[in-house]
Ligand binder design. Structure first.
Ligand code: G1P
Length: 304
């Protein structure tokens, strides 16, 4: 099958953010606060992700949530009481920052009643998404603001009509944490590969390469039918990787962009801490002061 036989032309404008997980790795911090709302300096992780989507031209964001996680939706709502207070105080900067969260995109929400896997979480978005291609952004990772991934992914998907993924190169011992792809050269240039196979969380011995799927996908709407036909896989969960592999077998073009920028992974405490430090160190307002303190702390007082 050629790419011409797949619906091409329109750039996706909707994004789905699966964020129903229990975040057991962060307990007890995440007993009452969703991990997506843990702060990275002065914004929650989820805001970086919605900002990334909005900057790429996404106008409609569906948050797939679970019990006890409604505060994620509140974060993107207006707060007239807080805004009035800031206005009274004349604090224009914070007022703009508070308002901005409600202006990034149209935010919608739906529930994933049971945690049955990433594929299942994406599947509950079917009626909201409808017939057009859409993006999926995982709720605990984001990329450098000035080296975005999504715009090129959305453009490529509009050309191929298929699936567009993003890859990073990982060390061989890390393959069992990711979806891993086998690939060949593509007609689209050096950093864009054509995917020939996908496997979820293979052992290093079984991994077909060291190219790992990161949490950004642009998918055609026919993924929903494939998800419906997907049986539980790795970890007993309905895997998005397996549904994508099914479409690949049926002839859907699948490409991946190899990302050379920095990916922030806040899904585990160590990665979260590294993210906070890196973002703080880059802040134009107090980054220089923070870096100086950090250097002194590490050189002198950072003993246990
Ligand atoms: C999910 C996907 C996996 C992907 C990873 C990226 O796994 O199933 O294919 O490589 O996200 O972060 P999870 O981290 O949810 O176990």
């Amino acid at each position: 099958m050629t790419t011409q036989e797949h619906e091409t032309g329109r750039r996706a404008v909707k994004a789905v953010i699966p964020a129903a997980g229990l975040a057991t790795r962060f307990l007890p911090a995440t007993k009452a606060v969703p991990k997506e709302l843990l702060p990275v300096v002065d914004r929650p992780v989820l805001q970086y992700i919605v900002e990334e989507a909005a900057a790429a031209g996404i106008t409609d964001v569906l948050l797939v949530t679970g019990r006890g996680k409604t505060s994620m939706v509140d974060h993107f709502d207006r707060r007239p009481d807080v805004e009035a207070r800031l206005e009274e105080k004349g604090d224009k900067e914070r007022l703009a920052a508070v308002r901005r969260t409600s202006e990034l995109a149209d935010i919608y929400t739906c529930r994933q009643g049971e945690p049955l896997g990433l594929g299942h979480a994406v599947g509950v978005a079917a009626s909201h998404v409808g017939d057009n291609a859409f993006a999926v952004l995982l709720g605990d990772e984001f990329v450098e603001q000035d080296r975005p991934l999504l715009p090129a992914m959305l453009d490529l998907q509009a050309r191929t009509g298929g699936i567009v993924l993003a890859f990073i190169e990982v060390a061989p011992e890390e393959t069992s944490r990711y979806g891993i792809a086998s690939v060949k050269e593509s007609e689209f240039g050096e950093d864009i590969v054509e995917v020939t196979g996908l496997v979820e969380k293979p052992s290093p011995a079984e991994a077909p390469s060291n190219l790992a799927v990161v949490g950004r996908y642009v998918l055609p709407a026919k993924i929903f039918e494939a998800i419906n036909n997907t049986k539980p896989g790795s970890g007993g969960e309905i895997q998005l990787t397996d549904a994508m592999a099914q479409l690949l077998t049926e002839g859907t073009p699948v490409h991946g962009i190899v990302y050379r920028g920095h990916r922030y992974d806040t899904g585990m405490p160590l990665g979260y801490l590294q993210t906070v430090v890196e973002i703080a160190a880059k802040r134009p307002d107090f980054g220089a002061e923070f870096r100086q303190w950090l250097g002194e702390f590490v050189a002198g007082g950072a003993k246990g």
